[in-house]
Design a protein around this ligand. Structure first.
Ligand SMILES: [Zn+2]
Ligand SMILES: [Zn+2]
Length: 255
């Protein structure tokens, strides 16, 4: 498994791209940075897009990808996959013929370039040679993290945006996670805001990790708010957690 980090920032700043992780060139987790980062050839290799939640920093690449496919007069179809509440929010608020065209009926009603697939929490879907399962997390809007398992039994879990959540780790149970991508958005002094908004601080992260039965072999941190990057980086270093490190835009993770 190869995961290319297209963006791992909690907002958009020059040189900092919002959440997007591309697995083996074909499966995208979140679409915060897509058309700004990938050339058109690589955009057209994407077949399935898993969305954690409908916040703009996780979906903003979808409209531009669909526009690029249509304007390029290329036949290419993508699936947008998420829990029902997220699918509803994207259809109702973005691809609604007001903010952006409804590409489920373009070029024609029977053959749209995009399809939505609803997955219930805990329901597994097979894509390429992997299985993907959504797990409920704790955010200010309905949100899911995704567990991906390849044929060789290697597991990758991406939380998306989440605050403290005992239930998610409990559901993961005894499963050994080889690679965890987990968010930390705010510094320790902003714990109250973090909890209210459904995010983590370094201190809260430490508490979350203590709830996981088997500490993942590799822990990557994503979604730092650029304004607090330096402070959070120092606070993360002070945790002295083995195998934990901050992600960088553009890097490749091999599992
Ligand atoms: Zn969010
Ligand atoms: Zn976010």
């Amino acid at each position: 498994m190869k995961i290319k980090v297209l963006g791992c920032s909690g907002s958009e700043f020059p040189g900092r791209n919002p959440s997007s992780f591309l697995l083996d060139g074909k499966i995208l987790f979140d679409a915060g940075s897509l058309t700004k980062v990938l050339n058109i050839k690589d955009q057209l290799k994407i077949e399935n897009i898993f969305i954690t939640h409908a916040h703009l920093d996780h979906v903003i690449g979808i409209p531009f990808l669909l526009d690029n496919i249509t304007v390029g007069n290329i036949w290419h179809k993508v699936n947008i996959i998420s829990i029902p509440a997220v699918v509803r929010a994207i259809k109702k608020n973005i691809l609604n013929n007001s903010i952006w065209p409804d590409f489920t009926v373009i070029p024609d009603t029977h053959n749209g370039i995009v399809s939505f697939i609803e997955l219930k929490v805990g329901q597994t879907i097979k894509v390429n040679d992997c299985t993907v399962t959504p797990y409920a997390v704790n955010h200010s809007v309905p949100a899911a993290g995704y567990l991906l398992e390849d044929e060789g039994g290697k597991r990758f879990f991406y939380t998306g945006d989440t605050g403290p959540t005992g239930a998610t780790w409990q559901k993961l149970g005894n499963k050994e996670i080889h690679c965890l991508i987990i968010e930390v958005s705010f510094p320790n002094r902003m714990e109250e805001i973090a909890i209210k908004a459904g995010h983590l601080t370094p201190k809260l992260l430490k508490r979350e990790l203590s709830k996981i039965k088997y500490l993942p072999k590799r822990i990557y941190i994503t979604h730092l708010k650029p304004q607090y990057y330096k402070t959070v980086k120092i606070e993360l270093q002070k945790l002295h957690i083995k195998n934990l490190r901050l992600l960088r835009d553009g890097e490749m993770i091999r599992i």
